[in-house]
Design a protein around this ligand. Structure first.
Ligand code: GTP
Ligand code: MG
Length: 216
């Protein structure tokens, strides 16, 4: 029997090449957005990256775009509550969502942020996929579940991307993977493949680029 939520397979050469070309284009920070009215025009394909604070969202965007500090550069204090838009060539937006789940965040800020996230996820016609990043050491936590629930109700397919795979041994990874599969099986909006990545080592990056490059 096939496992539910298998790891994404390596793409074929033509897909890899297409993806390589897409991501060889110029990547730039466009803007940080705090309200729906600030969103750039929905004039191209868009994917977003969500996940707990420190899970590796910015590092993943840097790895995808082959830059060292693109996403980090915009991550100045005070901007952390913004939705950060990056252009990848003329055809794609990569969107870095603020991390959730950090301790001590004031409740009114959390609520404001959740409202914006909800509006963004359900009101962005060009948003093709939400990548939800999960730390391979920790698996899916209660705060992640909140976001998965939100995604279930917002008509955007989400795909789970495991991060920091270089930090765990195979046995630990497999244990966490089965927890993640179990949790995902309860979410109708979950795309039925998981991507295992390490931004540090470059693992899974060509595969994730290919997934993005073949979205329509
Ligand atoms: P917020 O913007 O605060 O929500 O965090 P983030 O999700 O953008 O995480 P970020 O990319 O800033 O990474 C957090 C820390 O994890 C940094 O110290 C990174 O160097 C480290 N990190 C990210 N990805 C990897 C990885 O693949 N492997 C290892 N070993 N460390 C990583
Ligand atoms: Mg970040």
């Amino acid at each position: 029997m096939q496992l539910p939520f298998p790891l994404a397979e390596a793409p074929d050469d033509a897909t890899l090449e297409h993806a390589r070309k897409l991501f060889a284009g110029q990547s730039e920070f466009l803007k940080g957005v705090v309200a729906m009215s600030g969103l750039p025009p929905a004039d191209r394909l868009e994917v977003c990256f969500a996940g707990r604070s420190n899970v590796g969202k910015s590092s993943l965007i840097n790895a995808l775009t082959g830059t060292k500090a693109l996403a980090r550069a915009s991550n100045t204090p005070g901007r952390t509550q913004e939705i950060n838009f990056f252009t990848q060539g003329p055809e794609l937006y990569l969107v870095d969502l603020p991390g959730y789940g950090y301790a001590n965040a004031p409740l009114d800020k959390v609520e404001k942020w959740q409202r914006l996230l909800k509006q963004y996820l359900s009101g962005r016609p060009t948003l093709r996929r939400a990548f939800v990043l999960i730390d391979t050491r920790h698996g899916i936590k209660a705060v992640d579940q909140e976001i998965l629930k939100l995604l279930d109700s917002s008509a955007v397919t989400f795909q789970c991307v495991m991060t920091k795979a270089d930090k765990v041994k195979d046995k630990e990874r497999d244990k966490v993977l089965s927890q993640v599969r179990d949790a995902l099986s309860k979410h109708p909006a979950a795309y039925p493949e998981i991507v295992m990545t390490s931004s540090e080592k470059g693992w899974g990056i060509p595969t994730l680029r290919s997934i993005i490059a073949t979205l329509e």
